[in-house]
Design a protein around this ligand. Structure first.
Ligand SMILES: Cc1ncc(COP(=O)(O)O)c(C=O)c1O
Length: 404
């Protein structure tokens, strides 16, 4: 299958918005993707039917339970896990706070944990605060700016020892687009006896996730980065979800995964989650939805490589633009952190925004990344996704060039 870009765009109503007389480019993939029309219909459908809370002895409650089960099954297909290993919550940050606080209670006095400098702060500050609450040391693994901002595995190995309780690391950087070798890092952590917590928020719309293959203990992401609504999801290995004690209310269910879901869930969002997974799967073929998702991400990856190739070739023609990240399409998402000589990142983002090209400036919460790069004021970040066209890539390049 190949991407039919006309058909893809037709399904994203917001992409058709006019800004200053031209169709907006919406290059805001890493900041949140546009929501597919099938997702909007599913969410509306739930609200229109008037769903009740779960566990009631009446039909609307049973319908809501079916929606929750459907969403768990859909995300299980997305992750390559079982449905009872899928936990929903407000967003990745809130879920990671919940997980980190609960896991911290399992750490012994001599324990240490490891985070990396390639992270969004949701996978750093959460762990720093959890560690501080129980007096545990936090170590940082570095990345290598001279090697396309790839994670430095030597530095990671040096941080690990027999007391390491957990390694928290990103699947892909939301700043530089760098993809990390997830299975290798999980193997290194497990060899040291540590658990792993993968932040897959940025990677999820770009490539297949396979928790079975990587063997990670936890993995977190957010549906609004993959064409769905604002809801977070965590995969947790079944035994861990059952054995670690969450912070929870006394009367709420104590069975997994429900015990991790505090309060009433956003059920309309869960209806949208299933539709979003189905939307991604619609780009692939196969006997099961998981097979379709695997195939779909191969197609999406191929198209996004074309986008990256075009963008990188254009950037290479601009000597006053510096790219922070891999200068080739390998091991990266189509997200680019750039700096224009003598031009403030905020100024660039504003000028592009006026032309209907939506990009970010600053640190986008990749706080450690910017500190490490010596760019405390941040960089311009341009993030493409499979609904962007090559014409939009060219328009973006021309708009950047005009500012150099
Ligand atoms: C890599 C990464 N991790 C975590 C987050 C936080 O996700 P959420 O907004 O769901 O808390 C983001 C959000 O931009 C992100 O890009």
């Amino acid at each position: 299958m190949t991407i039919d870009i006309g058909q893809v765009r037709a399904g994203f109503p917001a992409l058709q918005r006019q800004v200053g007389g031209r169709t907006a480019a919406y290059l805001d993939g890493p900041g949140g993707t546009q929501v597919h029309e099938s997702v909007i219909a599913a969410m509306n459908g739930f609200m229109e039917r008037g769903g009740a809370n779960v566990h009631g002895p009446f039909v609307t409650s049973a319908e809501t339970e079916a929606v929750v089960e459907g969403a768990r099954a859909a995300v299980a297909d997305l992750f390559g896990s079982d449905p009872d290993e899928v936990v929903f919550g407000q967003n990745m940050t809130s879920l990671t706070y919940a997980m980190s606080r609960a896991l911290a209670r399992t750490w012994g006095r001599d324990a240490n944990i490891v985070v990396t400098r390639l992270e969004h702060d949701a996978n750093v500050a959460t762990w720093l605060q959890a560690a501080a609450s129980v007096g545990v040391e936090v170590r940082f693994a570095d990345f290598d700016p001279a090697d396309g901002c790839s994670l430095d595995l030597t530095s990671l190995a040096a941080a690990l020892d027999e007391n390491t309780a957990l390694v928290a690391f990103t699947h892909a950087s939301n700043a530089t687009g760098t993809i990390t070798p997830v299975k290798r890092i999980v193997d290194m952590a497990h060899a040291a006896g540590a658990l792993t917590y993968v932040d897959a928020v940025h990677h999820a719309p770009h490539g297949i996730i396979d928790v079975g293959e990587s063997g990670t203990d936890f993995l977190a992401c957010s549906a609004y980065k993959w064409f769905g609504p604002h809801v977070g999801v965590v995969y947790g290995r079944r035994e861990l979800l059952a054995s670690v004690t969450p912070f929870k209310l006394r009367p709420s269910p104590d069975t997994s995964p429900d015990r991790w879901e505090t309060g009433t869930q956003s059920f309309e969002s869960l209806a949208g989650v299933t539709a979003a997974v189905d939307y991604i799967a619609s780009h692939g073929t196969g006997a099961t939805r998981r097979d379709q998702l695997v195939d779909a991400f191969a197609t999406i990856g191929e198209y996004e490589t074309t986008i990256s190739d075009r963008f990188l070739a254009g950037l290479a023609e601009m000597p006053s633009v510096t790219l922070y990240g891999k200068p080739e399409t390998r091991e990266r998402t189509p997200t680019f952190a750039i700096d224009l000589d003598g031009v403030e990142p905020g100024f660039v983002a504003e000028r592009l925004g006026e032309q209907g090209i939506f990009v970010w400036s600053g640190n986008y919460y990749a706080y450690e990344v910017m500190q490490r790069l010596g760019k405390p004021d941040g960089l311009v970040r341009i993030g493409f996704i499979h609904y962007n066209t090559l014409e939009e890539v060219d328009r973006t390049l021309a708009a950047i060039e005009a500012l150099t």
